[in-house]
Each structure stands twice: as structure tokens, then as C-alpha cells.
Design a protein around this ligand. Structure first.
Ligand SMILES: Cc1cc2nc3c(=O)[nH]c(=O)nc-3n(C[C@H](O)[C@H](O)[C@H](O)COP(=O)(O)OP(=O)(O)OC[C@H]3O[C@@H](n4cnc5c(N)ncnc54)[C@H](O)[C@@H]3O)c2cc1C
Length: 410
């Protein structure tokens, strides 16, 4: 793109933006780097917000980089300052503080925001979402107060919060509109195992019902009314019904965006306009072996940060990676790679009841995705299989007597 860019402006001080800025310096870029962040905090890790919010010991490791890093690396952090306008012709970003920042390259890393619950009463106090550090702090207080919790949405974030709250002894009900948990992002067998796992630990899992209203008193949530006319007691409600990309800036600037949301990029993080790159949750990006899509994960944001660095430095883009993701629920460390799209068959290795297993999903022997719980070696082998595209013998995969190395390099 522009090897001699003198100033790079990063919009968004989250995982993607923070990772990008650090890697850009590491790659030897010497010009100005300015990072705008709407939040008051420097870049931090979001995965612990739904997994470790109740554990103060985890706070020490929350930052993506130590505070001194930004000064040392001459990265100007402008926090609590949002970009409100992007002029890709004049190459200027305007902020809500009335500043105009000229740029040679701008990197949009604005992430996503929680999709709101659309129901009467959703505005009540104690109806919470989990995206930011302040959201997680609020959640910590509510859990410490020993509330009765309802989680709306049986996706990863909702289930992680439910697991933490349940582990702390709170009564928890998960309400999911679809007929099963994790309908968009996990296979039916994994969803079944997880529903049982949560159920055995005392979480009530209600699928196939919708929230009709949040009912409350004195401005605070008290219970949910569901579409089957039942009620769920809840003096704290956590909404985890997905996220929407923060693509307004890009849209207004005329960047090509997907109909369902997200700035469209190529595998070098380039948008439809010269001088404008985009990375992380805000993008709709190409992926190995499938249609472009939005991927909300740390590995994806990191991969795209590397792509943007390569583009700015005039280096070839890094080799594409198999997308992957993780989640911690109770004692289960889940790892998932690849994208599930029917039709596929599934081969199980290990024993879900023993808490360690790997589901390899394949289409006529070609691996499409792997889902594992407490089975890291299987996960690594499965990822290698996915990357290689090698055919897999499902029977051999399911046979614990067959060593992994024979499967991964067959
Ligand atoms: C609770 C939770 C748990 C998660 N767990 C996992 C996990 O286990 N594994 C995994 O792989 N991924 C997980 N993710 C997803 C992962 O955190 C995201 O994919 C990743 O944070 C995306 O990085 P990003 O920089 O694109 O967006 P973000 O990290 O959201 O950063 C975007 C930043 O841009 C700021 N911003 C937006 N608009 C503007 C503007 N106009 N001007 C200035 N700043 C702006 C926002 O305030 C935000 O700080 C989780 C996400 C959440 C919310």
C-alpha cells in the first residue's frame, strides 16, 4: 500500500487495534502512530470478561500491554476520544473532541457492540450486556450480591457467564430462542453435551422459548415473561444475543459494507478505498474454504492485525490460518476450529462423560471443523488436518488406540 506512510491512525483501542499498533512497531515502522479509543482504558483482553469477572486475581493480567509500552513505542493513545467522521479523500479523521487528524493510512478497528434485547422492560436496571470492562465490573457486583440470574441467549458469552454465576452458587436460568444451545456456532452433539453439563451443575436450560418482556419493580428487573406464558425469576438479567459490527464510520465514508453489517476487506485487510484498512470484529473477511464472513475471535483479529502490518510495510500477507476459538465453561476447556456448515458427518474421539473428547466433523472424509473439550492434543491434530485438507478415516479418528500422529499426517 504505502511503504512511506508517515502517519497511521488506528480507530479503536481494542484487541485488533492494540495488537496491530504493537506489531507495526515490531515490523520497523517508524512514522507516527495515533490510536483513538472510545473507552477510558488502554487495550485489554475481552475473553476474561465473561469467564473471570468474579475473580479479582485475574485483574492483574487484563491488559494487552503494560502501560509503559505505548510511550516506549511512541504510540499516542487518545482514550475517551471517538472518531466521528472519516474523509477518505482528504485523508482526515475527525473526533468528538473536535480534533482533525490527518493520516496516510487509517486502520478501522472499531469492533462490535452487543445486540440489544428487543423487549418491553429491556431498559430496566440490572439488564446487562458484557462487552467492556465496566460491564464486567458491574456483573461482578451483581454476582457478589448473590442475585437470581437469567441469561438471555445460549451462545458462548451467555453460557460462560452462566457457568461463573452458577459456580458462585447463584440460581441461573438460560433462555434460548432456538431449539438448542449454540445453534449458530457449534454442532448439535457439542450443544447436547454442554446442555447436560450445565444442567448437571444446576443451571436451568430453557430452549425453544423467547423473552416476551422483562418485568420489574422500582426500575429494576425482577422476572422474565416467556413466550410460553411462563415466568423466570431474575433480579439480574444478562443479555448475550450476539454482536453488531461498529461499521457506521466506514459506511458513512462510503466503504463497501456487507448487507448484514461489517466492512468488507480482502486478505490483506484492505477495504474498498485506498488508504483505509480494517481489522477485527468490524470486518467481513475472506476465510479458508468458504464464503467471506464476520469472525468474532481473538485469533482472527490477530491474524488481520498481521495482514494490515504487512500491507503497510509492503510485505506479502501472511499465509491464511484456519479460524479458531475457545471457551471455558465450568471445568471444560473448549476449543473449536473451522466453520460448521451442513452437511457434515461427525466422528467422536474420547468420552464426553469423562470430560475429555474431540468431535471431528467431515464432509465425505474432508475435515471441515473440530470441536474439543479438555483435549488439546486432539485439537492441535485436528487443526493440522483442517489446514492440510487431507482426507480422514473417521473410524480411525474415533479409535483411541490409533495414535494422533498417524491421523494428523496421514
Ligand atoms: C465477553 C466476551 C468474551 C469473549 N471471549 C472470547 C474467547 O474466549 N475467544 C475468542 O477468540 N474471542 C472471544 N471474544 C471475542 C473477542 O474479544 C473479539 O473478537 C475481539 O475483542 C475483537 O477485537 P476488536 O479490536 O475487533 O474489537 P474490540 O476488542 O471490541 O475493540 C474495539 C474498540 O473500538 C472502540 N471503538 C468503537 N468505535 C470507535 C470509534 N468511533 N472511535 C474510537 N474507538 C472506537 C470500542 O470502544 C472498542 O474499545 C469475546 C468477546 C467478548 C465480548
Amino acid at each position: 500500500m504505502n511503504h512511506t506512510a508517515q502517519r497511521v491512525v488506528v480507530v479503536g483501542a481494542g484487541t485488533a487495534g492494540g495488537t496491530f499498533a504493537g506489531l507495526l512497531r515490531q515490523a520497523g515502522y517508524d512514522g507516527d502512530v495515533v490510536m483513538l479509543g472510545a473507552e477510558p482504558d488502554p487495550p485489554y483482553h475481552r475473553p476474561p470478561l465473561s469467564k473471570k469477572f468474579a475473580d479479582p486475581a485475574a485483574d492483574a493480567s487484563r491488559w494487552l500491554r503494560e502501560a509503559a509500552f505505548y510511550d516506549e513505542q511512541r504510540i499516542t493513545l487518545a482514550l475517551t476520544e471517538s472518531a466521528v467522521d472519516l474523509d477518505p479523500v482528504a485523508r482526515v479523521v475527525r473526533t468528538d473532541r473536535g480534533r482533525e487528524l490527518r493520516y496516510d493510512v487509517v486502520v478501522l478497528a472499531t469492533g462490535a457492540r452487543p445486540r440489544p434485547l428487543i423487549a418491553p422492560g429491556a431498559h430496566l436496571d440490572a439488564v446487562l450486556t458484557v462487552r467492556t470492562l465496566s460491564d464486567a465490573n458491574r456483573l461482578r457486583d451483581e454476582v457478589a450480591a448473590g442475585r437470581t440470574m437469567a441469561v438471555v441467549g445460549g451462545g458462548f458469552v451467555g453460557l460462560e457467564v452462566a457457568a461463573v454465576a452458577r459456580s458462585r452458587g447463584l440460581p441461573v436460568t438460560v433462555v434460548e430462542r432456538e431449539e438448542r444451545l449454540l445453534a449458530r456456532v457449534a454442532s448439535p452433539p457439542l450443544a447436547r453435551v454442554l446442555a447436560e453439563h450445565h444442567g448437571r451443575r444446576g443451571t436451568v436450560v430453557r430452549t425453544g422459548v423467547e423473552v416476551v418482556a422483562v418485568e420489574g419493580a422500582r426500575g429494576r428487573a425482577q422476572r422474565l415473561l416467556l413466550s410460553d406464558n411462563t415466568h423466570v425469576a431474575a433480579d439480574v438479567v444478562v443479555v448475550g444475543v450476539g454482536a453488531q459490527p461498529c461499521d457506521e464510520l466506514g459506511r458513512r465514508a462510503g466503504l463497501v459494507c456487507a448487507a448484514g453489517g461489517g466492512v468488507v476487506v480482502d486478505d490483506a485487510a484492505r477495504t474498498s478505498m485506498d488508504g483505509v484498512l480494517a481489522i477485527g470484529d468490524v470486518t467481513v473477511r475472506p476465510r479458508l474454504g468458504g464464503d467471506p464472513m464476520r469472525m468474532e475471535s481473538i485469533p482472527s483479529a490477530t491474524e488481520q492485525a498481521k495482514q494490515a502490518v504487512a500491507t503497510i510495510c509492503g510485505a506479502p500477507p501472511p499465509a491464511p490460518e484456519v479460524p479458531w476459538f475457545w471457551s471455558d465453561q465450568f471445568d471444560l476447556k473448549l476449543k473449536i476450529a473451522g466453520i460448521l456448515a451442513p452437511p457434515y458427518d461427525t466422528a467422536l474421539r474420547g468420552d464426553p462423560r469423562a470430560g475429555s473428547f474431540a468431535l471431528l466433523h467431515h464432509r465425505d472424509g474432508t475435515p471441515v471443523a473440530i470441536e474439543t473439550a479438555n483435549a488439546n492434543a486432539d485439537f492441535m491434530a485436528g487443526r493440522r488436518l483442517l489446514a492440510s485438507g487431507h482426507l480422514v478415516d473417521a473410524e480411525r479418528w474415533a479409535d483411541p488406540a490409533v495414535p494422533l500422529r498417524e491421523l494428523a499426517f496421514a
